[in-house]
Design a protein around this ligand. Structure first.
Ligand code: NDP
Length: 320
């Protein structure tokens, strides 16, 4: 993978509705792996083009704009390039940042795409109710840490899985999960889930897929719900693993539903109304893993697939 710095004129071409930005923070996200597949992957925003800077979510400052909705000095989040300056033509996926009394990097995470993922996946897909039993995998990550905290705020019993002792401590002691376990230390995931959910699981927020999904299926309660957010354990496999226990959906009259965060972006302002007070009142906390400099971005992205990141992986390109 190449990260290129383009040399571009710091002005939008005459007559163009594009927005010229200086990139400040870049977001490393697991879905980007799917965009490296050729031919064009099934990924929802298409493959990266060899020879061009890769694109992804980020926080940027507008330097010049041909678009009526954006002006010089605005701060925005949305799809940009992994480079110092970008000329953004796909302005429909650009959100203006109005609240700047929070860390700007939050717009790559809790106030950006991963936040919308947790919000849409938990509230819209899982239809959660107070007192339900909730399980979250990859629970210390950008999305998982939020799902767990939203579930606790609603009054659910919440267990998370993660890949190290430090992450398990974080889940229990910083994010307030009721229980957490290191899935790498469990030889029998079904037994582990039975230990933490003797009465079964109402809601599974699925971030990893594979063996974990199969084990959860064995532990679903009647009318259980699975929000299929991501399947990171499968992204680097030549052949994805099979799922063997789907009959549980039938027997438990349960529901499994996939979703993509951008389909819910029309609800972004509703999400901000919910989450900004949570942040300001300290009801929700957010852990970031900050890598310094554009040159650190390839390693930061690859680190998502070995669990090197602790919390939301951000790359700082510039601080305004
Ligand atoms: P994270 O910040 O959680 O980073 C990825 C984490 O996944 C790693 O830190 C690691 O944590 C875990 N992981 C890596 N490889 C494996 C593996 N083989 N088996 C189990 N766990 C693994 O990422 P996000 O919170 O941004 O994303 C979480 C999931 O949500 C991903 O599947 C992603 O694709 C999906 N997603 C879906 C969206 C949608 O619109 N549907 C939008 C955004 C994200 P650990 O150390 O705990 O193993």
């Amino acid at each position: 993978m190449q990260v290129k710095t383009s040399s571009i004129k710091l002005k939008v071409p005459d007559g163009s509705e594009a927005v010229l930005v200086k990139n400040l923070y870049l977001s490393c996200d697991p879905y980007m792996r799917g965009r490296m597949n050729r031919p064009i992957s099934a990924s929802y925003i298409g493959s990266f083009q060899p020879g061009s800077p890769i694109s992804g979510y980020g926080v940027s400052k507008v330097l010049d704009s041909g678009h009526p909705n954006f002006k010089k000095g605005d701060l925005v989040w949305g799809l940009t390039g992994w480079e110092e300056y970008s000329l953004i033509t796909a302005t429909e996926s650009l959100f203006k940042i109005h609240n700047t009394d929070v860390p700007l990097s939050y717009y790559t995470g809790i106030l950006g795409m991963p936040g919308m993922t947790a919000y849409a996946g938990f509230y819209e897909i899982c239809s959660p109710k107070k007192g339900e039993y909730v399980f979250v995998s990859a629970a210390s990550g950008a999305v998982g840490q939020l799902v767990g905290q939203f579930a606790k705020l609603l009054g659910c019993y919440v267990v998370g899985s993660a890949g190290s002792k430090d992450k398990v401590d974080l889940l229990k002691n910083k994010f307030g999960f009721d229980e957490a376990f290191n899935y790498k230390e469990e030889s029998d995931l079904d037994a582990a889930l039975k230990r933490y959910f003797p009465e079964g699981i109402d809601i599974y927020f699925e971030n990893v897929g594979g063996k974990m999904l199969d084990a959860v299926l064995l532990n679903l309660r009647v009318h259980g719900r699975i929000a299929v957010c991501g399947l990171i354990s499968q992204y680097n496999l030549e052949r994805p693993e099979g799922v063997h226990n789907l009959s549980a959906l039938l027997l438990k009259q349960a529901r499994m539903e996939g979703f993509l965060a951008p389909s819910f972006y029309h609800k972004y302002s509703n999400y901000l109304e919910l989450v900004l007070p949570y942040i300001k009142e300290g009801k929700v906390t957010y852990v970031e893993d900050i890598a310094e400099g554009l040159e650190s971005s390839p390693a930061a992205l690859v680190g998502l697939f070995t669990g090197r990141n602790v919390g939301k992986q951000v790359v700082v390109v510039a601080r305004e």
